[in-house]
Design a protein around this ligand. Structure first.
Ligand code: 5GP
Length: 192
């Protein structure tokens, strides 16, 4: 039986280590992280088409007009969104598609796609988060403060997600995430 892949909606305050967790999960399971489009500038080492599709504001707005986005938001002054194409194609092949998106976008998906599985990743504390962002060194201090403030608000949204994974130690967080995926693949799906 060829079952459709899951749609996994994953949110976490930035700097929480979600990229590392998801990369490990994708090594272990048939999962793929959807590549989002954004109008923010690439960080050092980020590759167009791999980390994001880096587009201009005009290009992004054209995609919205053409109904090519599954969801989109304005976050910290930039557009971010999930291109529709590929998500359904991958799921049809049985691949679990992970949307690594912020809370507002996740809420849009949960409304539109009732079969989506939602997971929120939390850092052990806001102080750990600040430390990680400072260590990453990719943002100036004003941007870090903006992101900490956004993170504190976002943490309150964890309650809207079906699962919460704490990233205290990478290995534990990856194990927990994989256990959720495995359990969800075993769940009865009467409509399929
Ligand atoms: P960053 O600039 O750190 O890469 O991402 C900032 C925030 O935007 C993160 O919380 C990230 O998960 C979120 N994000 C990335 N891509 C998308 C997307 O396609 N849609 C939405 N709604 N959020 C996204």
């Amino acid at each position: 039986m060829n079952r459709k892949g899951l749609l996994l909606v994953v949110s976490a305050p930035s700097g929480c280590g979600k990229g590392t967790i998801l990369a490990e999960v994708c090594k272990r399971m048939s999962c793929q992280v959807s590549v989002s489009a954004t109008t923010r500038s690439p960080r050092p080492g980020e590759i167009d088409g791999q980390h994001y599709y880096f587009v201009t504001k005009a290009e992004f707005e054209e995609r919205i007009q053409n109904n090519q986005m599954l969801e989109y938001v304005e976050y910290c002054g930039n557009y971010y969104g999930t291109p529709k194409d590929k998500v359904e194609a991958l799921r049809a092949q049985g691949v679990h598609v992970i949307l690594e998106i912020e809370v507002q976008g996740a809420m849009q998906i949960l409304k539109r796609c009732p079969d989506a599985v939602s997971i929120f990743i939390v850092p052990p504390s806001i102080e750990t988060l600040r430390h990680r962002l400072e260590k990453r060194g990719t943002e100036d201090s004003a941007t870090i403060e903006k992101r900490i403030a956004a993170a504190a608000t976002e943490m309150q949204s964890a309650v809207h997600y079906q699962y919460v994974v704490m990233n205290d130690a990478l290995e534990n967080a990856v194990d927990d995430f994989c256990a959720i995926v495995r359990a969800e693949t075993c769940k009865q799906r009467p409509n399929e």
